[in-house]
Design a protein around this ligand. Structure first.
Ligand code: PGA
Length: 257
């Protein structure tokens, strides 16, 4: 059985004070979280990682970052290393988010380097893949997914692959209020799992958690989570308020697979 995983990607929102307030609120709301059923991960901006880590230290909520560089240290102005993220208390890191691909020249190659570096330091990568609207309309959804998965995860062995979380995020659904229909999400997740199966074998692919991301809200969580190949959510906008993120986590925990 794959344990559901809900991650909140706070993007470039929340000052330190605001982040502490949000994390405290979530800690109160989710204190009864049953870890046998579900994992909840908060991904604040770098500036708030240490403070949020302190707030959630005695809770079941976990911490992640939104990106990482692939080297341990060096003259790379503005970058943050996996070692530094571990030092802040991170257990997870989002890699290859479409906003990084779109605005910051992230490629499958840099994604691949970052995944390997994160794994080396014991961070769980949440690897984002997904097509743009033009690609979907051009009938290229599956080939884009195949490209992101095969090249992002190239030269990674089965043991390391088993630690990775994949997030399917159709770019046209991110921050637009347009969610993929449950059928569209399931179709893409199934395709991703088949690709993973061809790469790593059926057993490991069956064990891999694939999150859906793109306008997930409390109201659409259930219909998405009941899809057989949807194992959680990567939530942007709705992770910025205690009520909506807590509602998404609770709803996902209720869905029996
Ligand atoms: P959204 O963002 O929930 O605001 O659409 C999802 C994401 O970008 O991870």
């Amino acid at each position: 059985m794959r344990k559901t995983i809900i991650a909140g990607n706070w993007k470039m929102y929340k000052t330190i004070t605001e982040a502490i307030e949000l994390a405290n609120g979530l800690k109160r709301e989710l204190f009864e979280l049953d870890l046998q059923r579900i994992e909840a991960v908060l991904c604040p901006p770098y500036t708030a990682l240490s403070e949020v880590s302190e707030v959630i230290t005695d809770s079941t909520i976990q911490l992640g970052a939104q990106d990482v560089f692939w080297l341990d240290e060096g003259a790379f102005t503005g970058e943050v290393s996996p070692k530094m993220l571990k030092d802040c208390g991170c257990g997870f890191v989002i890699i290859g988010h479409s906003e990084r691909r779109q605005y910051f020249a992230e490629t499958n190659d840099t994604v691949n380097k970052k995944i390997k570096a994160a794994l080396k330091h014991g961070l769980t990568p949440i690897v984002c893949v997904g097509e743009t609207l033009a690609e979907r309309e051009g009938g290229k959804t599956f080939s884009v997914l195949e490209d992101h998965v095969r090249n992002g995860l190239k030269e990674i062995d089965g043991e390391d692959f088993a630690k990775i979380v994949v997030a399917y995020e159709p770019v046209w659904a991110i921050g637009t209020g347009k969610t993929a229909t449950p059928a569209q999400a399931q179709e893409a997740h199934k395709y991703i799992r088949e690709t993973l199966s061809a790469m790593f074998g059926a057993d490991l692919a069956q064990g891999c958690r694939i999150q859906y991301g793109g306008s997930v809200k409390p109201e659409n969580t259930r219909e998405l989570m009941i899809q057989p190949d949807v194992d959680g959510a990567l939530v942007g906008g709705a992770s910025l308020s205690v009520q909506s993120f807590a509602a998404i986590v609770r709803t996902a925990a209720e869905v029996k697979k």
